[in-house]
Design a protein around this ligand. Structure first.
Ligand code: 13P
Length: 256
């Protein structure tokens, strides 16, 4: 009964991560199509769009329940960081969410756990809600060290937060071997890791917090596998890459 009550407390999230895709007209067309579709009332839909299109997409989805996320922010407020975008800049255009720690940022832009801790702090300081990504590469999974690997990511980037700040986070578990590969974690693999993450949060904080935190699964989520993944008791929705670029596929996933 207790578990069920908590499960009902956690709203589902279907988040899209467009990554570095789409020209402006295509981006606005996708946003418009989604905004004009009938969306289930019990799912929060969030679009992680290229920062160049944040305001355009905000305008396109205005009047719908869709929310918008940035895909990254810098760890400083302002300064001589050519090409970067900061949390106060995002806040100044009323962006509510920011994806932090995506494995592509870690891999191609050398973002490590310590840096990501600073980004998380900066986002929270400016009242942005981080969607914090974690997840192991294939060789770590094959050695059976995936739980420890993710635990270190959370310890070094998140566990300095107080309970109130931690409660502002959404966590996305994205095993790197499943991202863009067409290989999805099995529902059991996703559920096992999500339950582990929840117990890490219980051990560090308490079960009230761990049962309230939304944990999304990401990595080759498609219309065909979304429902079985989202049916797992500790999976609260998805962070979707490729399949969020097509309105039909993303709507199917939202409805799953
Ligand atoms: P795919 O859904 O394309 O595998 O990407 C997942 C992802 O990286 C979402 O952030």
């Amino acid at each position: 009964m207790r578990k069920r009550k908590f499960r009902l407390m956690r709203r589902r999230i279907a988040a899209g991560n467009w990554k570095m895709n789409k020209k402006k007209a295509e981006a606005l067309e996708l946003a418009n199509t989604l905004a004009q579709s009938s969306l289930p009332g019990d799912v929060d839909v969030i679009l992680g769009v290229p920062s160049l299109y944040l305001e355009g997409v905000q305008n396109a989805v205005h009047g719908s329940t869709i929310q918008v996320a940035a895909q990254n922010c810098h760890q400083e407020d302002f300064g001589a960081y050519t090409g970067e975008i900061s949390a106060p800049m995002l806040a100044s255009i009323n962006v509510a969410w920011v994806i932090i720690g995506h494995s592509e940022r870690r891999q191609y832009f050398a973002e490590d756990n310590a840096l990501l801790a600073k980004k998380v702090d900066k986002a929270l300081e400016h009242n942005l809600r981080p969607i914090f990504c974690c997840g192991e590469p294939l060789n770590i999974r094959e050695k059976g060290n995936h739980v420890d690997f993710v635990k270190t990511q959370l310890q070094e980037s998140l566990f300095h937060l107080d309970v109130k700040s931690f409660g502002r986070l959404v966590i996305a578990y994205e095993p790197i071997w499943a991202i863009g590969t067409g290989v999805t974690a099995s529902p059991e693999q996703a559920q096992d890791m999500h339950r582990e993450i929840r117990s890490m949060i219980t051990n560090q904080y308490d079960s009230t917090l761990s049962e309230a935190i939304q944990i999304l699964y990401g990595g080759s989520v498609k219309p065909a596998n979304a429902r079985i993944l989202f049916d797992q008791p500790d999976v609260d929705g998805g962070l979707v890459g490729g399949a969020s670029l097509k309105s039909g596929d993303f709507l199917d996933i939202i409805n799953a």
